[in-house]
Design a protein around this ligand. Sequence first.
Ligand code: PBG
Length: 339
Amino acid sequence: MNAPHRAPSGHGAFPAARPRRLRTTPALRRMVAEHRTRPSDLVLPAFVREGISDPVPVSSMPGVVQHTRDTLRKAAVEAVEAGVGGLMLFGVPLVKDAVGSQGTDPDGILQQALRDVRSEVGDDLVLMSDLCLDEFTDHGHCGVLDAQGRVDNDATLERYAEMARVQADAGAHMLGPSGMMDGQVGHARAALDAAGHTDVALFAYTAKYSSAFYGPFREAVASSLKGDRKTYQQDPAGNAREARRELSLDLAEGADMVMVKPGLPYLDILRDFAGSTDVPVGVYQISGEYAMVEAAAEKGWIDRDAAILETLTSFTRAGASVILTYWAVEAAKLLRAQR
Ligand code: PBG
């Protein structure tokens, strides 16, 4: 009979190397751990909606709300207290139209909210705003349409330039061009510089994929999008060099930081960027990634907090120095509680 604890004859009786040895105690595991996400790496994406007097829960994202201007201020203070690094703001206007007028109105909801938050927390966190039209257009696309109903790249760039100016005027430290229009980074940079906003940085959504995981976000910004974004967002099956090409273009156009989005399905791209560029690389853990974990946890199928921290660790391990996540505040607290 075979004794399972015995090495077969002809082999050494004991393994020469035992990787398990360094996993023996929590103290050993902590000592050899190489990857630890820091609260200051985290950015909280937040929604502010015009014309509401109480926050409105986003049903597909349990725990996430559309803020009033007032509750957003409080959320910003809470984020600072938790040690979160930044806030990425999205505006949900009362009125949407074909060109997304509210996105460039100095008194549009996003601009008002930027002023609110900046006056509330100053420079205690990095205040970012979404530089995109989809929250403001009645057709839900990230740009303006031409006569045939296609997204008009260059006409959209003009809108982004104006948007960049008003967001910077309103107090954003950093803008996130997220529409995947060609030339968007360079256009925003030129507009900012011409307006004297040379210190306002650009966090480019460089490799942004046309993803099924954006679903819950569409509810969060009350999107009226019909169709899809496949003519401007990247194809998940597209070649990985396409992402590299976007990266070189964004860097040449003046991107200060670059982003990969979504997160978990694109860790390969994140790793690739982190190893091939000298600017900080960020990742956006998007609405559907959040919803999946929350839904499974609600059913009791996974350990929620452990799953959250594991996803963040995977981003850090892949090379992200900035992580946008709807769990930012909670995760910052969890990370601080860890030894
Ligand atoms: C575009 C934008 C989107 C998200 C962030 N910026 C929507 C999209 O590209 O369809 C999605 C974020 C998320 O799903 O959490 N303004």
